[in-house]
Write a protein that binds this ligand. Structure first.
Ligand code: FES
Length: 146
């Protein structure tokens, strides 16, 4: 856990969830979120920052309640200046560049499926690179001849 004390200091209430229950509630974040949305009709904004799949399901949880929801997107970025297009995301049927137009967007307008597909684009290369460095650590690179 990081920033637990800092989050508690600026929150009326801090609810922690973990996949394995090692801290806080053993649940996905959407479970207490839905309970809050059911019990507190004054919630005016939800902000979700984290893995894309989590942000997608937070958006789907808040959508039926009509609660404005903001997500902070982290697509693949290359130049960070709006020139390369690497960080392109589809928001409300429009192409946006997360580096200059975001990274915060209206969660209910984000095309999470295309974002997740784009994030998987370099998985084989990432895996190969990880294995390369693991091999280096263990005394020998397994994917290149040096
Ligand atoms: S990172 Fe290149 S356009 Fe955003």
């Amino acid at each position: 856990m990081i920033y637990e004390e800092e989050m508690a200091a600026v929150s009326d209430e801090l609810i922690i969830t973990t996949d394995d229950g090692s801290k806080g509630i053993k649940a996905l974040v959407t479970q207490p979120l839905k309970e809050l949305l059911d019990s507190d009709k004054t919630i005016s904004l939800v902000v979700a920052i984290g893995p894309v799949i989590m942000m997608k399901f937070v958006a789907e949880t808040t959508r039926p309640y009509g609660v404005p929801t903001v997500v902070s997107l982290n697509p693949i970025m290359v130049d960070g200046t709006g020139m390369c297009g690497g960080c392109r995301v589809s928001v409300g049927q429009e192409n946006k560049f997360a580096c200059v137009d975001g990274p915060e967007f209206d969660a209910h307008k984000v095309d999470f499926e295309s974002l997740m597909a784009r994030q998987r684009m370099y998985k084989p290369q990432e895996k190969q690179h990880s294995e390369h460095f693991a091999g280096k650590k263990e005394g020998g690179c397994k994917c290149h001849s040096h």
